[in-house]
Design a protein around this ligand. Structure first.
Ligand code: CA
Length: 250
């Protein structure tokens, strides 16, 4: 967990984070890391190492899919969540019910530096990545009408649990991109309660379907039926044969 000591007193900003996520696991690894812009200066908690019910913005790079039911995306997955302190991040659904937007990404176990850019300008949040060593940004998503106050703190956190991975941060660059923003406006914006006008259409919190009967199970049930039918037939045939035989010799 890495807190930054000074609050951000810019209305518009952009950050670039250079990172490397790597580990030995080819199928099981996790859980991921997050870049934060929050009211509290990094407090330990269950959301990728940081506190739940946070105030502010979380950009989450989730490497482990906690959800095996109907899923709309592959992992690793990059998503954004804006919170006013009243919502919990739903790990069991990989946060899909509270996300602003997101995109599938691939950044594990590559030889080159991978980067993410988070730009917040005129209430538009744009997240891009450079994950293919091309030295150019590729848009992950752009969401308008995102209101974040000034005076919050940037931070980084990562988490591993039963699964492990290395989450290395190589660089963290902050750019103040304010142009003609008055001191008054900066101060006024400290009172904003984080909110976003547009969320992704909420996905129903469906319970995972009960595992259906597997083909193997169906095969064995059919086999059993066939075997029972055959036994009944054999028994019936020998019984009648027996009876007929007895009749004949009686
Ligand atoms: Ca997850």
């Amino acid at each position: 967990m890495l807190p930054f000591l000074k609050p951000v007193m810019s209305r518009n900003w952009e950050i670039h984070v250079g990172f490397k996520v790597h580990g030995k696991g080819t199928e099981l690894f996790g859980d991921g890391f997050a870049v934060w812009y929050t009211k509290d200066r990094m407090q330990t908690g269950p959301v990728f190492g940081s506190k739940d019910y946070f105030n502010g913005l979380a950009i989450i790079l989730d490497t482990y899919s906690n959800h095996n039911g109907p899923h709309n995306h592959q992992h690793p997955y990059l998503s954004a969540m804006v919170n006013n302190g009243s919502w919990s991040y739903d790990h069991d659904r990989d946060g899909t019910h509270t996300q602003l937007s997101g995109c599938e990404v691939r950044f594990r176990n590559v030889d080159f530096e991978t980067l993410i850019s988070i730009r917040y300008e005129n209430d538009i949040l744009s997240v891009s990545t450079d994950l293919e060593n091309r030295n150019e940004w590729k848009s992950c998503f752009v969401v308008a009408n995102v209101e974040l106050p000034t005076g919050y703190y940037l931070g980084l956190s990562a988490t591993t649990g039963d699964l492990s991975d290395n989450h290395d941060i190589h660089s963290f660059k902050f750019y103040d991109i304010d142009d003609n923003v008055s001191h008054d406006e900066i101060m006024r914006r400290t009172n904003i309660i984080p909110n976003a006008k547009s969320f992704e259409p909420p996905r129903e919190h469906k319970d995972d379907p009960k595992p259906g009967m597997s083909n193997a199970k169906i095969f064995f049930i059919l086999l059993l039926v066939v075997v029972v039918a055959a036994l009944v037939a054999i028994f019936a045939i020998s019984y009648f044969k027996d009876r007929n035989a007895r009749k004949r010799f009686y």
